[in-house]
Design a binder for this molecule. Structure first.
Ligand SMILES: [Zn+2]
Length: 413
């Protein structure tokens, strides 16, 4: 009998439900199917025996409380995951089970073998020798991102309720929508959630612990040209498309995603449209270092200023919007939340994998709302597409880690 009897069955039930979020939507949550799934979670969390289960009206998060079973004053720990899935086919998800994987075979996803999980392409497969893998059937994503996190948090809560000998403080659970469209955490209600520290359980492979993310801004460049007949253009025409290319050429050539890794930031041109009359460039700007991030934004504006100066009029208009910041700025003031997770991993003989994320997490925003929230592994691999898979054993270990964290916090109180 598995240690967490409901962990895998619940995960398999949940992934079969389409909870793809909708990037075009302006509602919270982004689609009615997320409200429907939230209602189901309310029922399931209540059935487990959790308290104060409710949908927070501001954020559409499902919040629940596991009461303390000790008189000690223990840090209130929150666990957060998201139940929406990425922008990929999510209709009729049929999870496949591969038992006792040998760590080297090619796994056929569909019957015809058009799509496969091949260790030559996905070398991480070699880490799963002897494990039971859950894969897709090649037509959809799996949704381990982040229903593995949802199932692990629920399994940990269930286990703690069944094992009162494990002492812990009050535990807060937050399961949210719309992480994949980047808006889920915007309305996170820290006061209603009520935790002192928290973890998103939304990372990848075994041992991942992330507390450093990019600083991020979106940058739009609007260019106004002057369109006249090319035959009579001399000294009159301002070709907006040409100005757009001049603008892009003003940015450092090396600082592009395809040239950078690790802690190197970049300017990423993700869309361009234009003709003679007008042109539009869309960028994202990223850097782990806040100072360099601010410098990057100044440089970006500076390129526009120079062009405008050369024209003697405003042809290039830049609109910069900060999206999120590196959570390290918040966490390094008190590394307790990171140290606690690191010790939990070490106590369970799991090698901590700590690297700066080249992206953001819900915790990047939530940390800046005053709730320090690093990211823990949930187990998924190859997220956001048909090659997504997760190991049952890794999901069990992720659940172990959550239980270990709350037990350690109680012992240290
Ligand atoms: Zn995720």
């Amino acid at each position: 009998m598995a240690k967490y009897a409901n962990l895998i069955p619940r995960f398999l039930d949940y992934v079969k439900v389409n909870t793809r979020s909708d990037p075009q939507s302006t509602t919270i949550p982004s689609t009615p199917r997320l409200t429907e799934f939230a209602n189901r979670l309310v029922q399931d969390l209540t059935a487990i025996g959790l308290n104060n289960v409710h949908i927070n009206p501001q954020s559409a998060y499902v919040y629940a409380t596991l009461p303390a079973n000790t008189a000690k004053a223990v840090t209130k720990i929150g666990f957060i995951s998201h139940f929406d899935t990425a922008d990929f086919n999510s209709e009729n998800i049929r999870p496949q089970i591969v038992e006792n994987y040998d760590g080297q075979s090619v796994i056929k996803l569909d019957a015809a073998g058009k799509y496969t999980l091949d260790p030559a392409v996905f070398p991480n497969l070699k880490n799963y020798r002897g494990d039971t893998l859950i894969t897709t059937d090649g037509t959809t994503l799996l949704g381990a991102d982040d229903k593995s996190g949802v199932a692990e948090i629920m399994a940990a809560a269930e286990y703690l309720l069944a094992h009162p000998e494990i002492k812990h403080g009050e535990i807060k659970i937050g399961l949210g929508p719309d992480e994949e469209i980047g808006t889920g955490a915007d309305h996170f209600d820290v006061a209603d959630f009520g935790a002192d520290i928290a973890y998103t359980v939304d990372g990848g492979p075994l041992g991942q612990l992330e507390y450093e993310t990019f600083n991020a801004a979106d940058a739009q460049v609007e260019i106004t040209g002057t369109n006249v007949h090319p035959a009579e253009a001399k000294g009159v025409m301002v070709n907006a498309s040409q100005v757009a290319m001049d603008f892009h050429a003003g940015l450092p050539v090396h600082d592009r995603p395809e040239n950078t890794e690790g802690r190197e930031g970049f300017f990423h041109l993700y869309s361009m449209t234009g003709d003679v009359d007008s042109a539009h460039l869309s960028y994202i700007i990223r850097d782990h270092d806040r100072q360099i991030f601010e410098d990057r934004k100044r440089l970006f504006q500076g390129v526009a200023d120079q062009l405008n100066q050369a024209f003697g009029q405003d042809r290039v208009q830049v609109t910069l919007k900060d999206q999120y910041y590196n959570m390290r700025e918040v966490l390094e003031k008190d590394m307790h939340v990171v140290e606690l997770a690191k010790q939990a991993l070490e106590d369970l003989d799991i090698q901590p994998l700590i690297f700066p994320v080249r992206g953001g997490t819900d915790g990047s925003k939530i940390s800046f709302m005053g709730l320090p929230t690093p990211n823990l592994f949930a187990g998924g691999e190859n997220m956001h597409g048909r090659f997504e898979y997760v190991s049952e054993q890794t999901m069990e270990k992720a659940t172990d880690v959550l239980i270990k964290i709350v037990a350690l916090a109680e012992q240290q109180a």
